[in-house]
Design a protein around this ligand. Structure first.
Ligand SMILES: [Zn+2]
Length: 132
């Protein structure tokens, strides 16, 4: 993939001109490899952050939307827990334990998912597949 320096369009590697704007890509090829330095993210830091500071790890690998989304999910889980707990205790007179299990389970699934996701994204970033 060659990113057009003028318009930012992603062209195929063998394209001589940008498909979108016509900018000549070949002349930029030689210094393109020097200019577009592939940002490296430390895998150990990514994993450690994912384990100990879930959500923050997304900010380390500069996946801002995912990070914000993840952090927003935490209060959402607890709000839904409160709703479920209130619903069950008033409607069925069942203890709110089921709500606790649901929260723990949801949190656990999310927690494992974000570790997996952060590792995968860090790999893609270090390979230069995801660029900023
Ligand atoms: Zn272009």
């Amino acid at each position: 993939m060659i990113k057009c320096p003028r318009c930012g369009f992603h062209n195929q590697n063998n394209d001589k001109y940008c498909i979108y704007c016509g900018f000549k890509l070949i002349s930029n090829l030689d210094n393109a490899s020097d200019k577009t330095v592939i940002k490296q993210k430390n895998m150990v830091i990514s994993i450690l952050l994912a384990i100990f500071l879930p959500g923050i790890s997304y900010f380390y690998i500069e996946q801002w939307y995912s990070g914000i989304l993840f952090l927003l999910l935490i209060p959402l889980i607890f709000i839904s827990y409160a709703v479920i707990a209130a619903f069950y205790s008033t409607t069925y007179n069942i203890s709110s334990e089921i709500g606790v299990y649901l929260v723990v389970l949801t949190w656990f699934v999310l927690y494992i998912f974000q570790i997996y996701k952060v590792i995968k994204l860090t790999k893609l970033i270090n390979q230069g597949i995801i660029r900023f």
